[in-house]
Design a protein around this ligand. Structure first.
Ligand code: SF4
Length: 239
């Protein structure tokens, strides 16, 4: 199955599960004008540290445009419009072919906001995050995404050293909250864009080494920039 075919199947399933709009684009760059169009210029934004958002350059574009928010964490208490025009701009850790959105969080801020409380949730998902089913999604987040994210963050967890999850009891454990959004929650309003190009973190170990290396390198570059701008680094399974 090609990436485009996977995208189309996942998009159809997401629509069946109540998510709308769901748009597929070939090039990741083609997502940018669509997302900018979805966001009002005065919308207060939160992005929960999303690497996919950073890779698209959306952070700078939205800041240049004057959108408030976009700090991580955002000073929500100072936002006079809180609850009225909040938009969460994030990715997911994995998306199944039958349209289920799977995430693993350290603090739970991202997944909580995804399910409830935001006026709109904009979800950007690269082809590398589409998996066959929930079993593959959970395996992927626990044994691929979390260990590599922990390594990039430099946290002291066993997986950061070994690359494998040992269901640790580390104080810096980055995976504490797992969510599966099976259908659109009644008060959540999602706008979803799927890209046939890879974005963020996630790969199948059976893929060609160059593709995996490209995903890792691109992710690491963004995390290094993120860490430089935010000291000390905050643990949490980013996307
Ligand atoms: S439970 Fe611990 S070892 Fe496993 S992925 Fe999470 S932080 Fe790493």
């Amino acid at each position: 199955m090609t990436e485009k075919e996977k995208l189309d199947i996942a998009a159809k399933a997401l629509k069946h599960n109540g998510f709308d709009p769901v748009i597929c684009v070939e090039k990741a760059a083609n997502a940018i004008p669509v997302i900018l169009d979805w966001i009002e210029r005065d919308a207060w934004l939160e992005m929960a540290g999303s690497v996919s958002v950073r890779q698209l350059g959306l952070l700078d574009l939205l800041r240049e445009r004057g959108n408030p928010g976009l700090d991580f964490p955002a000073p929500r208490e100072e936002d006079p419009a809180r609850g009225r025009r909040d938009v969460l701009l994030v990715s997911a850790n994995a998306l199944t072919l039958d349209g289920k959105i799977v995430n693993l969080d350290g603090m739970g801020n991202r997944v909580a906001a995804m399910a409830y409380g935001m006026r709109r949730v904009i979800l950007i998902v690269g082809a590398n995050k589409i998996v066959a089913d929930i079993d593959e999604a959970l395996d992927r987040v626990q044994n691929v995404i979390a260990p590599y994210h922990a390594k990039c963050l430099g946290v002291d967890t066993p997986c950061a050293r070994t690359g494998t999850c040992s269901d640790c009891n580390s104080p810096q454990r980055i995976c504490n909250v797992t969510t599966i959004i099976t259908r659109r929650p009644p008060r959540a309003h999602f706008s979803i864009i799927l890209t046939a190009e890879d974005l963020g973190l996630g790969w199948d170990p059976a893929w060609p080494a160059e593709r995996i290396e490209r995903i890792k390198t691109s992710y690491r570059v963004e995390i290094d920039k993120f860490r430089a701008a935010l000291a000390p680094a905050r643990p949490g399974a980013s996307d």
